[in-house]
Ligand binder design. Structure first.
Ligand SMILES: NC(=O)C1=CN([C@@H]2O[C@H](COP(=O)(O)OP(=O)(O)OC[C@H]3O[C@@H](n4cnc5c(N)ncnc54)[C@H](OP(=O)(O)O)[C@@H]3O)[C@@H](O)[C@H]2O)C=CC1
Ligand SMILES: CC(C)(CO)C(=O)C(=O)O
Length: 308
């Protein structure tokens, strides 16, 4: 690897532009591949409002689909939504070198496999982002709170590429938890996402407190979370028994919060239904674990939004 790490962000929306900004702040060369924001960002860069201070930045190079890189990056951050019709392995192909470390900062469960299978010789780093950030206009991003990452190699382990990336993010001011077992961490986060995200869409983009305070709402959310935990256990990733007991007050303490899927729904964008819920139900079927609440919500959402 070069002295100054080179980073390429594919899908520099809310998450990609925020974590790209941090790596730029830590001294990396950071370039981006853009689609709809190409013209604006080429001219004016990213404007990011944040409680961490001014994170606005100009990428070293701005590419669009069809361009070719000057050189393959040390780290390729993939931050597109995990939705049907987006072939993520094909999307990164033009930018991957033989020594490029592929870094996923995306929600969902079992979302690494297609990339691991396509690029078996490249190190694969899987990250979970705990953050509230959204794109408000082309090239404009609002970071409201948090920012912590949980990081590890897929399917397990923590290599020197993870170690170096952790150091860069920490230098830029965010907390990074290092994990030797990232799949278990994905299950842990999914307990929250698979319960709250799809339900918020069924409730017309409701925030967390509206869902918890509706009559029977908290009971339903607890049931959804317990079902995800049962599937995780059957899949070999048992989670702490008190996770639901901790998640509920933890969520209340955040205040009324609209998750990323609620925002996608409210902005008429496709939702990550399979990545966050469909894959949990598919794994439940493999292990013959009954998940009636999760299944009902999945099917109802498929009826509502047949394309996602
Ligand atoms: N936002 C949040 O607070 C959180 C998000 N996450 C997860 O992070 C991931 C990213 O989410 P987020 O950043 O919010 O999503 P955004 O929609 O803000 O960003 C996704 C970006 O990917 C771009 N993109 C898609 N396809 C292509 C392509 N072919 N070429 C170039 N760019 C492309 C989109 O561009 P275009 O505008 O052209 O479509 C967009 O800029 C998701 O998995 C999400 O669940 C996790 C925790 C919190
Ligand atoms: C956990 C949370 C709510 C924020 O990081 C999230 O993953 C989302 O908005 O989808």
């Amino acid at each position: 690897m070069t002295q100054t790490p080179s980073v390429l962000v594919v899908g520099a929306g809310a998450i990609g532009s925020f974590y790209g900004a941090l790596l730029k702040k830590a001294g990396c060369h950071v370039s981006v591949v853009l689609r709809s924001d190409y013209e604006v960002v080429s001219q004016s860069g990213f404007e990011i409002s944040s409680p961490m201070g001014n994170l606005s930045w100009q990428p070293d190079r701005v590419y669009r689909d069809g361009d070719r890189p000057d050189a393959a990056p040390d780290y390729l951050l993939l931050c597109v939504k995990v939705i049907p019709g987006v072939d993520r392995a094909a999307l990164v192909r033009p930018w991957m070198g033989k020594n490029t470390t592929l870094v996923l900062i995306e929600n969902g469960l079992d979302i690494e496999r297609e990339l691991a299978d396509t690029y078996p010789a490249n190190p694969l780093v899987s990250c979970l982002a705990f953050i509230a950030v959204s794109r408000t206009a082309p090239g404009q991003v609002s970071h409201q709170a948090y920012g912590q990452l949980v990081m590890g190699n897929f399917p397990k382990g923590f290599d020197s590429h993870c170690e170096r990336l952790t150091g860069l993010f920490r230098e830029a001011g965010i907390k990074v938890d290092q994990s030797q077992a990232i799949v278990g961490e994905r299950w842990r986060k999914c307990v929250w996402n698979a319960a709250f995200n799809p339900l918020s869409v069924l409730c017309n983009g409701a925030d967390t407190l509206t869902m918890l305070d509706a009559e029977g709402g908290e009971v339903l959310i607890r049931n959804l979370m317990r079902e995800v935990m049962a599937v995780a256990k059957a899949d070999g990733y048992p989670l702490p028994e008190d996770l639901v007991e901790k998640n509920i007050p933890g969520t209340r303490a955040m205040g009324a919060y609209k998750n990323s899927m609620a925002l996608d729904y409210l902005n008429d964008r496709p939702i990550e239904l399979d990545a966050i819920l469909g894959n949990v139900v598919a794994i439940a079927r493999q292990h013959q674990v009954a998940v009636p609440h999760l299944e009902t919500i999945l099917v109802a959402l498929r009826m509502r939004q047949p394309s996602s």
